[in-house]
Design a protein around this ligand. Sequence first.
Ligand code: KET
Length: 682
Amino acid sequence: MEGLIRQAVVPLLQQQARGFASRAAGFWCDSWFSHVPEAPRDPILGVTEKFLADTNPQKINLGVGAYRDDSGQPVVLKSVREAERRVAGSHFMEYLPIAGHRQFCEDSVKLAYGEDSPVLKNKQVAMLQSLSGTGSCRLSAEFQGHWLPGSTIYIPTPTWANHLNIWRDAHVAIEQYPYYKPETRGLDFERMCDFLSKAPAGSAVLLHACAHNPTGVDPTTEQWRELSKLLKAKTLLPILDCAYQGFASGDCDRDAQAIRIFAEDGHRMMLCQSFAKNMGLYGQRVGCWSIVCEDEKEAKAVESQMKALARPMYSNPPLFGALLVHNILADKALKQQWLGEVKEMAERIISMRTLLRQNLEALGSPLSWNHITDQIGMFCYTGLAPEQVDKLTAEHSIYLTRNGRISMAGVNTNNVARLAEAIHKWGLKAFCIACAKFQEGDTLGEALAVAATAPYFAIYHAAVLLHARRELHMALVMLGLLLTSALCTVIKKALKQPRPAATCALLGNCHKHGMPSSHSAVMAFAATTALLLYLHRRGSGSNRSRGGRNGSGSGSAGAKDTAAARTAQRGTAAAAAVERLAQALPLLEVVLLLLLTAAVAYGRVHLGYHSPAQVAAGLALGSSLAAAWWRLTLTACERWGPALLRLPLLRALHFRDSLGCLDVHAAEADLLKAGPAAKRSD
Ligand code: KET
């Protein structure tokens, strides 16, 4: 009776209670699902969706990494067709065991670790047939979350976009390590090792076993060896995602070098294999997930837990694809034929790389396209910005992911010229002085992006003033602004503090350093100098005895007196108001400059270019430099100004020093009124 209550009644009550709870939470109003928002399109498979909806007969799909022949058609390999023929009608359609087709798994791990691999001979490897590469990755993530709780996964930047979704959904903490250096379009090996060497022991590191997606940039053999040593020394667990074995070099053994180096070095590791690309079995979802353990006993226990993870997810994997792979790998002749076909696919891709580069160069593109042929595997990481990709799609019906990745498998002799022309047209980079990126629809962000041009205008403004007014002091202010900017560059290089990790990939500045913010420093310098100049002139105004030191001459009468005299002459209240406004203008200018500085500083954080600390450091540096520079230049002007102004060049250019003059404009106006003789004597 008690058992019956526990088994039947309790779950029923629990279900009812959950129903009430969710209704009380407001989910059930008009509809059960009215609160469910539409999810954003997948960045890769969403491209295919858009491509299919396009009616342009000349459309080109370079989005998903799926092989096409030279006429743009999907390919079924001859070896696969032969395996299909052999399998047809020869099997029941029974369930496979939870771990899938055992012989398939054994063939599969041999292909990766090597026929004579000691880890296989010692039965150290736990294995399970998975739902292709994605399924393997997902199971690895679940296993990590379950059996290495609290550990972090280190994922390269950039990577296959789905890696981030997979480990996020498995609730594993994610860190991203630097991998690619846009300036060299190559591997950022030094920063990668430096970053990984600081990862806490017990973390996992995701590595693309070969043909890195999306960059097409792999470590060299030596670098793989170094990485293996580093991970071993730091007690980090390698998880190798091997979705393109054979596609990097055309040779499946060569492309397995990373896996074999790690296994040889005695790592405990996970491996995620996919047969989607190298056998063209995309829709069959056939892959293998394996874990290298300490010994046979450990492998047995681990394999039982791998099965325990798979059973509640999908029970057991599909049969057909596994039979095809097993038939190919277990038959010497068929395997040989397949290896030849993989090589053919890889070679066609390599020839398309050469052709695309040649076409771009023939069009006279001023940019370097060496990276198209330097990169390997299925993809070319072009360096096209998202806006340029949008143009290729909108204007030419050329579909690719917005990170500028091209699936080279979609390029063929018929479409390569059209592709090159489109890239040449839109691929040129714009020269811009102050490009600040902001999110579409973010009005504040847009305003702050406009404000981000201010530091450039501050320097430009100082240059124009210097040219027009020939002030000794202005030359020094200009020099101070340039020195501030240069000093920020030096400090950034010395401190090497990165830009904010959350936004740098989007802004494309992960390779640049951010401490301190030079925008903030230059603005703080300009605003502080303007404030000090204003206070200095006010100070001089209250201390009339100082008057103008030189230059405008009649400035010594005092601006306020001059203004009052003029007001009395005109004798109207309106004129007095205008005068008051004119007198308030210098203060207003300072206040506006301070507000602009605040907007620029806030914008650096809002737009994701700098962290608050980097902006604060910039502001502190700029304002303290300005204060020090002010004291220095004031003393310099007082002590050496007259001597400097007597230098022939400065005299010929009519340089002057009007720092002590209260109102230069008023003084000049008075001077002009005084007549031609006085004008010349200036
Ligand atoms: N790992 C990597 C690195 C990878 O590029 C893919 C697929 C997979 C795993 C998963 O492949 P599967 O089909 O589950 O065996 N990448 C291509 C397809 C996709 O996004 O699903 C791509 O990047 O276009």
